[in-house]
Design a protein around this ligand. Sequence first.
Ligand code: ZN
Length: 526
Amino acid sequence: MAEDPETFIHEVTERLRTLHIQFSGAMWQSATTGTEQAAQREKDTKAELMRFWADKQLYETAKELHETSTTDDPLQRRTLKRIYLSSSKAQQDEATIEAITNLETEAQRCFYNFRALVDGKSISDNEVENILRTSRDSAVVRQVWEASKRIGEEVADHVRELAHLRNKSARAQGFRDHFQRSLVLNEIEEAHLAALFTELEKASRKPFLRLKKRIDRIRAEHFSIDAADLRPWHYGDRFFQRAPELSKVPLDPYFADRDPVELALETYDGMDIDVRGILDRSDLYPREGKDQHAFCIDIDREGDVRTLNNLEPSHRWTSILLHELGHAVYDEHIDPKLPWILRTPPHPLSTEAIALLMQTQTYDHTWLSSVLGIKDDEAARLSSAAVEQQRAQRLVFTRWALVMTDFERALYADPDRDLDTLWWDLVEKYQALQRPENRSAPDWAAKYHIALTPVYYHSYEIGHLVTSQLQAFLIGQMGARLGQPEVGQWLIENYFRPGASQDWASHVESVTGEALNPKYFVDTIQ
Ligand SMILES: [Zn+2]
């Protein structure tokens, strides 16, 4: 590898671009066809990408150039840093790579194949969630909830071993543990995160406890039991990460004969952002053998941005389409003149914040009346109920994110400690749930992210904070509503175009004129 920064960046870019386009094409093929051949190709191209970043020579050159760079070209400095961070995350010796890959593959296989067994019948995650949300029978929800936790027993040992292995390679690089390494290499300062989450805990405690009382009343009535007898299986999902319905907001009837694509076009046209090209390249409707979720992918960072959806005329799928198009318009409007390596959002949380922002429009009074055509007074009523549900959702999710983040910090500090007890201590502390009597099981390991998307959960929460800060800026500083042309243009120029030329925190600061400030989010949950 060359020592001259410009040549080095050029060489890395050329190889990376090829591997990236190969992988993203293969991923798209696999998600849209579901064939075994396509899945194999996705796996192979992903492995090639991983091997590229794991290369020790590449890492050492990147580290040296990043640390010794004296250039006054900020884009070159930033590009070197991005290469250094990406290769640093991938540094592990051959044996560790193999051990981690095997354990992760095995854990993933367990999660994919796991079906809760209820009365000898196996049921899918969707069915589990449906029963927990709708059943009025305590015995049934308890049985289903307990059955859904068995996956924890299957993977707990794998997760502990993974934590040891991840720690081992983190320590080889001089980090305290994997928790710290992950934060540092994703440009999140550990002390800042801790202070931020302490502040969120304090600010959310009282409003959450008030909300929780109300939820307890609703759930106790729903099950015809005493509130004192409520246990974690009574809250409508496996982890109490979503707020149960506070009152029925009947939005779906209004979407029953409306094409989500037309609604999305109208929404984005209103902001003067043309999404026709993206929609043309996208795979929009359900089909046999196709991935049942939704995502957005930037195939080449040269304009080929696509989304995958499974649209049907409903509120849910309209809001998902607005969400995915939020990711897509961001990717599409990153300055094409930036170095290829910087043609991406600075951090996943930066693009998630935009997707969340776009998605909130379906709850907006003006959107409901102007795009959906609901009569004004009715739109106001629907919107205020929806906004109340959103507030509850933010509170419930924040308390859940506190559990996840504290737990992961403790897991990597000591993977062998009594994690079963710690998990329920945190759930009681933050979510105010009553732990089940005499339960001794690795319920923490039943959460997919702990095994397979480690040290990432805090990003979702920070994404919400950025969304609120942007919303406050738009209303306060620009006096503008989201669905207006000047807002679209402002987002493109200020938020999208800079790509990854800054780290995510500096980006928030230069866009809104203020460093990340949880106040705006906190204001929405009081
Ligand atoms: Zn998203």
